[in-house]
Design a protein around this ligand. Structure first.
Ligand SMILES: [Zn+2]
Length: 331
């Protein structure tokens, strides 16, 4: 599989939000990543250094799904090819999702029958330890993070805007996956998850590598005042994660005369709104947990901007499939 992204991982992670001046959505937009299409048609994003470095790829499986490939018909136009919805959503056919999950396992490991451990996610900071025996127990396994040291299985997080975070311990060969929406992030799911790796498996932060997958970007994630207060009360850097964003409408820009109003300048009906950078929030947690900046990679892309690539709960007003982020230890 080929991934043509040339930017070294780590470079794209240095998205610092220290300036508090207002921005536009376009100014904050993230470039779309380029998925690799596997032989069975599933479109995957992978961290190039994880895939190319033999000392990592010889024991580690990982991947972030896109909506490309698959057998689902629930979220696409009638004449479009099938899609890779991986969540048992109400709108989709269960058989199609089961087939898609096998396609994902095959795209990542080469074997469609590799057990897949999924969770019933509920925006908590609860992290569980799992093994192959936990496969197909999604309904009863309530948590938002999962860790395993058992080879031969994939652990998975499902998202459609929230941020998926994968972590691997290169020395002890332990892997983890976390689901971080704003609620889980404010409850420090990633920091506590790394804490659990240290406590239960003796992981040392300097041996950990992490990958932050596609989610809703700072360009699109408008939030209410209560979210800002929660972050400000929980993190010393809380305010740095937010920007005031004006929605610059391209039609208005091109034809300003059409939109002339009696309002005074500066009282435009468009914006500003407070936008949260959830990717940066989770990168900060990984740093606070002791990971080196260069050990943290970001796939890039905004689920809400790039709906041709990703399912987005926000962009589709709730009618969305789910993507899966998976990690595992080769069997
Ligand atoms: Zn966006």
């Amino acid at each position: 599989m080929r991934n043509r992204r040339k930017t070294p991982p780590g470079i794209t992670t240095r998205v610092r939000m220290v300036r508090q001046d207002a921005a536009t959505r376009e100014g904050l937009a993230l470039p779309a990543p380029l998925p690799a299409i596997s032989e069975n048609g599933a479109g995957l994003l992978q961290i190039s250094s994880w895939r190319e470095r033999k000392t990592i790829s010889n024991w580690l499986w990982h991947g972030f799904s896109t909506r490309l490939g698959g057998a689902s018909r629930a979220y696409c136009a009638e004449d479009a090819p099938g899609e890779l919805n991986l969540g048992f959503t109400a709108a989709d056919d269960r058989e199609a999702v089961i087939r898609n999950r096998r396609l994902l396992a095959e795209a990542v490991t080469g074997d469609p029958s590799i057990p897949l451990v999924t969770l019933r996610q509920f925006h908590s900071n609860l992290v569980v330890i799992a093994g192959a025996g936990d496969a197909n127990r999604e309904r009863s396994r309530k948590a938002d993070g999962v860790i395993t040291a058992e080879p031969g299985l994939l652990i998975a997080i499902q998202t459609a805007d929230c941020i998926p975070v994968l972590v691997a311990d290169r020395k002890r060969r332990v892997v983890a996956a976390f689901h971080a929406g704003w609620r889980g992030t404010v409850k420090r799911i990633v920091e506590s998850g790394v804490g659990k790796m240290r406590l239960e498996f003796g992981s040392r932060p300097e041996d950990l590598i992490a990958a932050i997958g596609p989610g809703v970007g700072r360009c699109c994630y408008a939030i209410g005042e209560e979210v800002l207060s929660e972050f400000e009360s929980q993190f010393r850097y809380g305010r740095e994660l937010f920007r005031e964003v004006f929605d610059s409408d391209p039609v208005r820009k091109k034809y300003p005369m059409l939109f002339l109003t009696q309002r005074a300048p500066g009282h435009s009906p468009i914006g500003p709104a407070m936008h949260l950078d959830l990717i940066e929030a989770n990168r900060r947690q990984l740093l606070d947990a002791g990971l080196k900046a260069l050990a943290i990679s970001v796939t890039g892309g905004c689920t809400s901007c790039h709906t041709e690539l990703f399912f987005s709960h926000r962009a589709s007003q709730g009618h969305a499939g789910r993507m899966m982020s998976v990690i595992g230890i080769r069997g």
